[in-house]
Design a binder for this molecule. Structure first.
Ligand code: UDP
Length: 194
């Protein structure tokens, strides 16, 4: 896939439908994959923190989260086809998982928000195999989360720890697992929980 670089962040030139197809291929092949959905704040943060930029540049796909990025690409005369936002992509992956009974793991948000998100997913996507859910308030060194992911082998791991933290957590822990699509989803569990 083509990439468009905006202030050092390499965005993938793909529509939402194309992203879903690309990621589905990785799932079918049981490959690992790291997706960052980047808004202008993330681009700014990456330009302020070298370590964060490194993490983002090592992601497999960075998508344009919001019209600001799509506009910036337009101004740079390197257009991106459309916005591919985190919440929207998570919903598409839940639909895909519902169709194929894929395994999903949720990490992040406050316990009550997380439990409400779990309830909504069970109700709206009954065929999703929800293999685990952990709230986002844990000790950084806590290895029981990654141990559980290793054991359950989810196809999708949605990580809602807020911008920065979530990408750092994924970059640190993904090397320890065999498969799974890891995506930072920010406040998406809060949105899902209503
Ligand atoms: N969050 C978390 N652990 C933390 C900090 C935040 O699980 O240590 C969760 C928070 O409860 C919320 C989500 O991360 O569900 C997004 O938080 P916020 O909106 O502050 O982050 P943003 O992505 O907007 O920076």
């Amino acid at each position: 896939e083509d990439r468009v670089e905006i202030l050092g962040v390499p965005f993938v030139c793909a529509t939402m439908n194309e992203m879903v197809e690309i990621v589905h291929e990785h799932v079918k092949k049981e490959e690992k994959c790291f997706i960052v959905t980047a808004n202008p704040e993330i681009v700014m943060k990456a330009n302020q923190e070298k370590e964060y930029m490194e993490i983002i540049r090592h992601a497999d796909y960075v998508t344009a989260d919001g019209i600001g990025i799509v506009k910036a690409a337009q101004w740079l005369k390197k257009p991106l086809p459309e916005r591919v936002a985190g919440y929207d992509m998570m919903i598409r992956f839940l639909e895909l998982s519902n169709q194929h009974a894929y395994k999903v793991y949720l990490l992040g948000a406050k316990e009550e928000v997380l439990q409400e998100a779990v309830r909504r997913i069970r109700k709206q996507y009954p065929n999703v195999d929800l293999v685990g859910a952990r709230n986002g308030y844990f000790q950084w060194e806590d290895s029981t989360i990654i141990d559980e992911i290793k054991e359950k082998q989810p196809d999708f791991i949605f990580v809602a720890l807020g911008m920065g933290r979530q990408e750092k957590w994924i970059a640190e822990h993904m090397p320890h697992v065999q498969k799974g699509v890891f995506m930072g989803v920010g406040g998406s569990f809060d949105v899902l929980a209503g």
